[in-house]
Design a protein. Structure first.
Length: 484
């Protein structure tokens, strides 16, 4: 398979928060990898901006170290790193003050794509947008990239949208949800809408239920105080799991085009049923051995914030009425694994009689680790002994199927930043989508806060609280193993 890297147009990319954790861990290493692949044109420039005092060389040294730390060894080529670093410069800018803006304005070149990445806390978005306009750095063609979290409820998301709208049109705003940049997530759309095989079966008549799992092994240590104001619902479900749900459940858009895709996703969110308290399970991981539990990590002995949540959702439309969607996500679980499983119904009648342990068809879309897809099908067990049925996986691991080309699959941040430069918003959330997701999320959070319910404690390294198992057992179903 030939890898086809199409260089993007020449650009000036300003990264506000260029000294921060996200810039060092993801954004700049990602840009280096795109540079290495040949996607970045000769005259592209990356301008980092933050409050700390650095000159260009000191900043380049910081990013050299970040590349050493966060880029795989076989991709670290000394000459390429030098060439990449020569495109970087640094400006000391305070979002809340006037220093540095003139210097920044002087670096922005005419005739380039202009993109401004707000890799800073949301409280600075308004000040940055305002000063970008006041100093005539941004115009009606500039693009602005904003990071999660996009609000903590509907009111704050509306406020952020209104702040950005004062200076930028919706077509200029790129709200990042890095899950949408994952290769498998886009493949999900290719599989659904590029084949005739699945779409006719993709509805309540043939799909028994759908499971979406995003399991992490890490706890919240280090950022416990921040996390305690958020919790799994706000941190993961409202954005990442909701986006996955939308892509699985949406109707075919008429084109793979930003607004067509986002219109269909929005319809799914608006069709979500309210969730009853009995269909929500929340948990906090307990301590194990020397390792602290959630309560210690959050430094809040009274905390009622969930580090795990499982939900059963319904979608009220013709396609999905009657098919439950089970979502779960949590910290300190037994494995780091994210997947979507579409579990099909059994055939209406078995001509082979009762067969012990039959499991039926399942399409598993793995997001991590080992991105790929796997379809479980029933076949006859080979050899003599009558018609005994077994399930075998039809496995398509990207690493195996694509060989060396799989290594060139860009990571989510790399792809999304290049999409910003290309001006393609398909994989970014629109303002109304984010607001609709919060409008659905808010009453659920208010519900458990009002009732004062405490999350159940679960063992670190387990699959989550017992009640989450019961959530499916009572429907005669079971969660898939959380496994690598
Ligand atoms: P961080 O490590 O705290 O970095 C914050 C950055 O903002 C620093 O570069 C800081 O520069 C700059 N900054 C702060 N106040 C400023 C001001 N008044 N004017 C100009 N620059 C200012 O934060 P982060 O982890 O990189 O996160 C950045 C954003 O991405 C946040 O919105 C976060 O929620 C989001 N995010 C982060 C991650 C992640 O993995 N880190 C993941 C998803 C989303 P100085 O220190 O030089 O002042």
């Amino acid at each position: 398979m030939v890898s086809r890297v199409i260089p993007v147009d020449p650009f000036d990319l300003v990264i506000f928060g260029g000294t921060g954790d996200l810039a060092r861990r993801k954004i700049l290493p990602g840009l280096y990898l795109r540079f290495l692949s040949g996607q970045m044109p000769e005259d592209a420039a990356i301008i980092a901006a933050a409050r700390s005092d650095h000159d260009d060389d000191a900043y380049r040294a910081i990013i050299r170290k970040a590349i050493d730390e966060f880029v795989a060894k076989d991709k670290r080529d000394a000459k390429s790193i030098d060439a990449f670093l020569s495109r970087l410069s640094y400006v000391q800018v305070d979002a809340m003050g006037e220093g540095g803006w003139k210097e920044l304005a002087g670096k922005i070149r005419k005739g380039m794509v202009h993109a401004f990445y707000f890799s800073v806390g949301p409280s600075l978005f308004g000040a940055l947008a305002e000063r970008l306009h006041k100093h005539k750095i941004a115009d009606r063609k500039s693009r602005v990239v904003v990071e999660k979290p996009f609000g903590k409820d509907l009111a704050s998301a509306q406020e952020l949208n209104a702040t950005l709208a004062q200076h930028f049109r919706e077509e200029q705003i790129y709200r990042i949800d890095h899950y949408l940049g994952k290769e498998t997530v886009q493949n999900l759309m290719a599989v659904r809408f590029g084949n005739m095989l699945f779409e006719p079966l993709w509805n309540a008549q043939y799909v028994d239920h759908i499971q979406i799992t995003v399991a992490e092994t890490v706890g919240v240590g280090g950022r416990g105080a921040y996390y305690d104001n958020s919790g799994a619902m706000r941190d993961m479900v409202q954005n990442h799991l909701m986006q996955l749900l939308c892509l699985i459940a949406m109707e075919p858009p008429n084109a793979f085009e930003p607004n067509a895709v986002r219109d269909e996703k929005l319809k799914v969110i608006r069709a979500l049923d309210p969730v009853e308290p009995k269909d929500i399970v929340r948990g906090q991981y307990g301590p194990t051995g020397d390792e602290p539990g959630y309560i210690e990590d959050s430094e809040n002995p009274e905390s009622r914030t969930e580090s795990y949540i499982a939900l059963k959702l319904g979608i009220s439309n013709w396609r999905w009425k009657g098919t439950p969607f089970y979502l779960r996500t949590g910290k300190k679980l037994k494995a780091r694994a994210s997947e979507i499983a579409v579990v099909f119904k059994d055939p209406p009648h078995s001509i082979f009689g009762e067969q012990e342990g039959r499991k039926g068809n399942v399409l598993v879309i793995r997001l991590q680790p080992n991105e790929g897809m796997n379809l479980r099908v029933t076949i006859k067990e080979p050899g003599p002994g009558g018609m005994r049925l077994i399930e075998v996986p039809l496995d398509m691991s990207f690493a195996e199927a694509l060989g060396a080309d799989a290594e060139d699959v860009p990571d989510a941040y790399e792809r999304l930043i290049m999409d910003v430069i290309r001006g393609n918003q398909t994989l970014f959330m629109r303002g109304d989508e984010v607001e609709a997701a919060w409008a659905w999320t808010d009453p659920l959070i208010e519900g458990w806060q009002g009732a004062g319910t405490k999350p159940a404690t679960y063992d670190a390294g387990s699959s989550g609280p017992e009640d989450a198992l019961a959530l499916m057992h009572r429907d005669g179903r079971r969660w898939r193993e959380i496994a690598v």
